[in-house]
Design a protein around this ligand. Structure first.
Ligand code: FAD
Length: 550
């Protein structure tokens, strides 16, 4: 068996190492256009900021290791230029010499990744304008940082830009993030990004939403980033993080099928439309675990796992890829945002019925010092309770809950299963009712009809004749420090004795801080003949939708 692999980083290097573990005899050639293989793209922002001090740490496996330990024929600075599917060979260009040669294959794996999108606006080629993908990009950006850059503009408010923002601020650089959409971190639902917006502001990052760069100009001070709003931002560094496009040129030119957004089409065995050619990683289209639709998800975990699976299949093991559910996480200063499965906006866009709940627990028992707050949003099927998606934002423990919920989605679990989930607990680690259980209790109560909840957006948007009576059941002190406009305050402990103050001809929407006292109030009201709902997630959820100005 002669296996050629194009692309030597996440997917390609994983495939090569796996292939060798399966077959000691196979001839395995790994082509990489750049000088490095198997480097840690995900660590690049942290090397720029100095958190990762040694550049060498980013080189997960150097070519020499792949050669000596895995007996791989690693060819760096070798760009595969074309594929001849009939002759079963590829044309390779040695980048240094320009020499071209052919190499035959029995099987071929494409792991060419995705390239950062570079908008075609004037000034993209000016010195100081970058995208971030390779170690060479990183070296150039870091060199500027070390030279004492004062101002950076990051175009795009996605994961990589926000990680860079944190690192630039830590280097004492004035940092502005410009995002075309009305929200950062667009895979998330907008309200779940509110705490991250506050975190950026608290750390001095200027965030400009709904704006784009139209041109970059050279000035005596460095650069001027010209926005569509007319604003001009002075900077010495401008870094575009506005999405990636699959590197599909080889595949397209070889006549392999690609999806509408350019991802190489593969079957469940990660085989392209040519059975001798497999493809993995950011370059491919995958099946969305929740919707079953084709999607593109540029993440390291799927790329690594796909590399292994493709190698298994090359050697006849018939392993299928389950699909991707977009489990992702980002740290922004002291906050973490993570998600898995479908977002509310995707469910709406695809007309999928769903219900949602918000809980605002602490990451471990509140009585134990150091408990950090989080908001957890759970999306589930309104009939079966099947978990469709989850998002969490907060401090410590966000990662753990989203990972548990990622497994729940993979296993097809329901909200009822979350109620029953047995998770580890001691006060410094969790709670006897873990946040995942809490989300299950609220969702389960809602599905059983024990706990009528309504979303604050719907309550507030109701037509004039159908407006709910907003009842704030928190303490007068909590009420005084902020409440939903028009709400009336009757603390839950006084509610039974003050029922006569409430209207019987209107629906009552009760709320507290996070939903728990509102739930109790709702139960009291329902059992005393009122029509009542609990406002999902309480005042904290309202504030996610109606944040205080930053
Ligand atoms: P890549 O890792 O991009 O590798 C593809 C390789 O193929 C490239 O080195 C390219 O030079 C080579 N190549 C392309 N065409 C040819 C050719 N014709 N001939 C030879 N070689 C070729 N993901 C996460 O899940 N978590 C994170 O925290 C995270 N952080 C990131 C931070 C940064 C700054 C970046 C850039 C990415 C990050 N990612 C993260 C995304 C993750 O790195 C990618 O999803 C993953 O690397 C994809 O693996 P891949 O093998 O498909 O592509």
């Amino acid at each position: 068996m002669k296996l050629l692999i194009v692309g030597g980083v996440a997917g390609g290097a994983s495939a090569a190492a796996r292939a060798r573990r399966i077959s000691e005899d196979a001839e395995i050639v790994l082509f990489e256009r750049g000088p490095d293989v198997s480097f840690a793209n995900c660590g690049l922002p942290y090397f720029i900021g100095g958190k990762i001090a040694e550049r060498d740490r980013l080189l997960v496996a150097k070519p020499e290791l792949l050669r000596s330990r895995f007996k791989l024929d690693v060819r760096t600075r070798s760009s595969v230029e074309s594929i001849d599917r009939i002759a079963k060979n590829v044309c390779v260009r040695d980048v240094a010499s320009g020499r071209e040669y052919e190499e035959t294959y029995d099987k071929l794996i494409l792991a060419t990744g995705a390239a950062p999108f570079r908008p075609s606006i004037p000034g993209m080629d000016l010195p100081g304008v970058f995208t971030l993908r390779t170690l060479q990009d990183t070296d150039q950006i870091k060199e500027q940082v070390d030279r004492g850059v004062k101002q950076v503009v990051l175009l795009g408010g996605g994961f990589i830009s926000l990680e860079l923002a944190e690192n630039f601020v830590r280097c004492g650089i004035s940092t502005t993030v410009v995002e075309k959409n009305g929200q950062i971190l667009t895979p998330f639902d907008e309200e779940m990004t509110t705490p991250i917006v506050h975190e950026l502001a608290d750390n001095g990052v200027t965030l400009l939403l709904g704006q784009t760069a139209e041109a970059i100009e050279q000035t005596t001070e460095g650069l001027s980033v010209c926005l569509n709003s007319g604003r001009r931002l002075p900077a010495q560094l401008a870094i575009f993080g506005v999405g990636v496009r699959p590197e599909n040129k080889l595949a397209v030119e070889a006549g392999l099928e690609v999806g509408p957004r350019g991802g190489i089409r593969v079957n469940e065995f990660l085989q392209t439309t040519d059975p001798n050619i497999y493809a993995v990683g950011d370059a491919i289209e995958v099946r969305d675990v929740v919707s079953g639709d084709p999607i593109q998800v540029p993440l390291a975990g799927p790329a690594n796992r796909q590399g292994r699976i493709a190698a298994d299949n090359v050697f006849g093991r018939a392993v299928t890829y389950r699909g991707t559910q977009g489990t992702a996480i980002v740290g922004v200063f002291d906050k973490t945002a993570a998600m898995t499965g479908a977002s509310e906006k995707v469910l709406r866009r695809t007309n999928r019925n769903f219900r949602k709940v918000y809980v605002h627990p602490t990451h471990h028992a509140g009585y134990y010092p150091g408990a950090e707050a989080m908001t957890l949003k759970l999306l589930f099927d309104p009939t079966t309770g099947k978990v469709l998606g989850a998002q969490a934002v907060g401090g410590a423990g966000v990662d753990k809950r989203i990972d548990v919920l990622a497994v729940a989605i993979q296993s097809g679990m329901t909200a009822f299963d979350l109620e029953e989930m047995e998770l580890s607990y001691a006060p410094q680690y969790g709670a006897a009712k873990d946040p995942v259980n809490m989300a299950g209790f609220v969702a389960g109560g809602l599905l059983r009809g024990d706990h009528p909840e309504a979303d604050i957006e719907l309550i507030l948007a109701a037509p004039a004749g159908d407006k709910a009576f907003l009842l704030d059941v928190r303490t007068p002190q909590e009420f005084a420090s902020g409440h939903i406009p028009t709400a009336v305050n009757i603390p839950v402990d006084d509610l039974r004795s003050r029922l006569s103050e409430l209207p019987r001809d209107r629906k009552i929407a009760a709320y507290c801080q996070v939903g728990q006292r509102g739930y109790l109030a709702t139960r009291i009201l329902l059992q005393t003949g009122f029509t009542a709902v609990n406002v999902a997630g309480g005042y904290k959820t309202y504030k996610l939708f109606h944040p205080s100005p930053t």
